[in-house]
Design a protein around this ligand. Structure first.
Ligand code: FNR
Length: 191
């Protein structure tokens, strides 16, 4: 059985992040042939083109982690109806230097949790626009806007609400199909 390596980003730096809980839930509910590794973003300096000729080690590690991944999963909060700055900063680093955009043709999916009713919908649209420009091969459906509640998620990522678990299990099954389909046509190359 082929195992696909999925690198995942949590767009929150909060020590009590509900999106990190969601990421653990997604890992629990994922098909068995997906293996997961978080790609950290909290240690990156702010991006500047001044670094393009000589990336700092944290940014090189970021690009290497993406290069080791067959596909990418973005699990993010919404900040002020947009992408959290830390996540956007990481994307800017990985997209550079020019000609070495790490997202080029990489299968990707977007999901997020909020305490609000629209469940990061606006941030996800914003993120989809960025990933589109970066030429990632995004899963367009299903979309997943998760309104977080402790009634549905235990702190360790167990999903205690069966309909939520079924939805997230289906999301990950669809992601697995999507990434396998993309990789069949476009084998991974490391930029
Ligand atoms: C928020 N929050 C929020 N929620 C939302 O649904 N839409 C939004 O635009 C915002 N904006 C926003 C800005 C900032 C700076 C903060 C700190 C928070 C609330 C947000 O959903 C909540 O704090 C979540 O717990 C954030 O996810 P993590 O960090 O727990 O994963």
């Amino acid at each position: 059985m082929t195992t696909y390596q999925v690198g995942y980003f949590v767009g929150s730096l909060s020590s009590t992040s509900i999106n990190r809980v969601l990421s653990h839930a997604l890992i629990r509910l994922a098909p068995p042939d997906l293996a997961f590794a978080e790609i950290p973003i909290g240690n990156l300096p702010l991006y500047s083109p001044d670094h393009d000729a000589d990336f700092p080690p944290e940014a090189t590690a970021l690009k290497e982690a993406i290069g080791r991944s067959d596909a990418l999963l973005f699990v993010t909060p919404e900040y002020n109806r947009s992408i959290p700055g830390a996540l956007k900063n990481a994307i800017d680093w990985a997209s550079r230097p020019w000609g070495r955009n790490s997202f080029h043709h990489v299968p990707a999916a977007v999901i997020g949790a909020s305490i609000g009713q629209i469940g990061t919908a606006v941030a996800q649209q914003s993120l989809r626009g960025v990933l589109s420009f970066c030429n990632a091969r995004q899963m367009t459906a299903p979309e997943a806007y998760i309104q977080y509640s402790p009634d549905k998620f235990a702190p360790d990522g167990e999903v205690t609400d069966e309909s939520t678990a079924a939805f997230l299990r289906d999301f990950m099954a669809e992601f697995r199909e999507h990434l396998a389909r993309v990789l069949t046509v476009i084998p991974r190359e490391n930029l």
